[in-house]
Write a protein that binds this ligand. Sequence first.
Ligand code: FES
Length: 330
Amino acid sequence: MSNELQKFSDPGLPEHIHRKADTDPAAAKKAERQVAILFALSAIGTIVLIGSYIFVKPNKFVFLPIMGDTNVQQALLGVGLAMSTFFIGMAAVHWGKTLMDDREVVAERHEFRSPESDRADFVATVKEQGAMAGLGRRTLIKRSMGVALGLVGLSPLVLLRDIGPLPKKQLETTSWKAGTRLVTDPGDRPIKPADLEVGAVAQVLPELIPGTERTLENVGKDAVLLIRLRPEDFNLNAERLSWTHDGIIAFSKICSHMGCAVALYEQQTKHLLCPCHQSTFDVTRAAKVIFGPAARPLPQLALTLDADGYLVAKQPFTEPVGPSFWERSS
Ligand code: FES
């Protein structure tokens, strides 16, 4: 069979089929009324929305089946907003499908580039105007204009700088330090290895330094998953194995794809699964990505025991946690 492309003739547009409203004035009138009713329903929705905001007391509740005690104002705001937007959409779709011109039109593509003659005219005009303005002769003006225009281009940088302090190393570091105890979340209880059975998984956070508070921002970076396997289940190099303790291994809970919480652990396969886009990480191989869009393993937190036998971090994370939009070392 020849590899040459077979030529085929342009099939053109299919024959235009007239809708009922195109040929029957009564049907067109009916469609027009339907569109008007849909717009009217939308307007009623907006009136409900505004009316409930102004006239309904915010502390009024009513019992509704399934929903239970419901705030009347909130319910009416929701219903009003839903009606106003839904019926506008319905009206527009119905209008387009029944009454607007539905003939297909062919718009030929054309080149965006201007014709050569227009381009040449433009260059000639710029040169001519430049000559008339005396730019060639007035070097002082030419140079000062260059400085002014160059500097004005820098002003957006000042505005950008003004949107807040620079994040510095904040995005790349967490609260985990050498010796930080792992505590349960929730509960803030320090953990001993005996607290975890083989197959168990727990979410932990760094122990709070007295006098400080846990911020949501820190929890978003510090959350760690603690998993206990049998030590012989691991398939790790010597360094990563030394970061585990008696079958207990810890990984950042923040997905290296787009930062969702890696919340699902499959005990049989020993896989961690991110529910957002199904990235799957193999716990036995240092959270190596075995499926999905994540490009990097979950960072592993090195573990050891303190003098009281509690699990602590051996060192901070050795790489940034979370989405890998900045360059990481692994
Ligand atoms: S955020 Fe986890 S797979 Fe996308």
